[in-house]
Design a protein around this ligand. Structure first.
Ligand code: HPA
Length: 271
């Protein structure tokens, strides 16, 4: 990755009218309906943005949208890049760097995740308070990282406390039950074994998924305040494990998404 490549991506988007968004939003698997809330939207397909990672065959819907939500300018990623699709850690975090160069001051992230903490149920929303990186690498482990920021990035508070407290207050006011916890990221795409679910619990994870952590590391590199939520789509109980049903995971994500949209929209209002 070079500065020149980033500049080319950003110039393309600026020429399309992506003019200084304040907030960047990443929408996870099955969580695309927030795009219906964008007013006066502009669209850029990932395939058309210079230097964006090349999309895989099955990855059709990836696009970047620009517009306003609650009178704030936003840029929204509908679909993200995953390690399990064969992308590397620089690929999956490239859009975060692009959104930062476009001017975002805050980053909202969402994902679909499995519940490791069995007090949590599918259809719950979990505010991510901290994470465990189990993806076997770092998006900051590249030679010219110093051109982009510090090499040794502090991760003592990776999720912005101010915005987290706002989300907690909004959930209370709107009577949305909100779990809080630690998200562990794995590579996937296979789901976990019973033994792996036991391990994740022992490690202190409350939820597990295949994304988000690299994006959060890069956002910290860029000193972007982050708020991130998991939509819990299945319960990962090693003693009663049912075969995974991806269709059901996507369905539960879709059904739960309105709560996430409410939290994000109300948070935007306060910023
Ligand atoms: N693991 C288990 N369950 C899940 C995941 C995962 O990575 N993502 C969504 N549900």
């Amino acid at each position: 990755m070079t500065k020149k490549q980033l500049d080319e991506s950003v110039t393309y988007l600026k020429n399309k009218g992506f003019d200084t968004p304040e907030i960047g939003i990443v929408l996870g698997t099955g969580l695309g309906q927030l795009v219906n809330e964008i007013e006066d939207s502009l669209v850029a397909h990932y395939n058309h943005i210079p230097n964006f990672p090349l999309a895989t065959v099955e990855f059709h819907s990836g696009k970047l949208l620009f517009g306003t939500i609650e009178n704030k300018k936003v840029v929204v990623m509908q679909g993200r890049f995953h390690l399990y699709e064969g992308y590397d850690l620089l690929d999956v975090t490239y859009p975060i760097r692009v959104m930062s160069e476009l001017g975002i001051q805050k980053l909202f992230i969402s994902n679909a995740a499995g519940a490791i903490n069995l007090d949590f149920k599918k259809g719950d929303i979990m505010l991510i308070e901290d994470h465990i990186n189990l993806q076997g690498g770092s998006p900051l482990a590249f030679k010219n990282v110093a051109e982009f920021g510090d090499r040794f990035v502090d991760m003592s508070e990776p999720y912005d406390t101010y915005m987290r407290n706002k989300i907690i207050a909004i959930a209370k006011r709107e009577k949305i039950s909100l779990q809080k916890g630690v998200y562990a990221s794995v590579v996937g795409p296979q789901l976990e074994t019973k033994a792996e679910y036991r391990m994740l619990k022992t490690l202190g994870a409350d939820a597990v998924g295949m994304s988000t952590v690299p994006e959060v590391i890069v956002a910290n590199h860029l000193r972007l305040p982050i708020v991130a939520v998991s939509v819990l789509t299945d319960e990962c109980d090693p003693d009663n494990l049912e075969p995974v049903n991806i269709q059901e995971i996507i369905e539960i994500a879709g059904k739960t998404e309105p709560k996430m949209i409410k939290l994000f929209k109300e948070l935007i209002k306060t910023l």
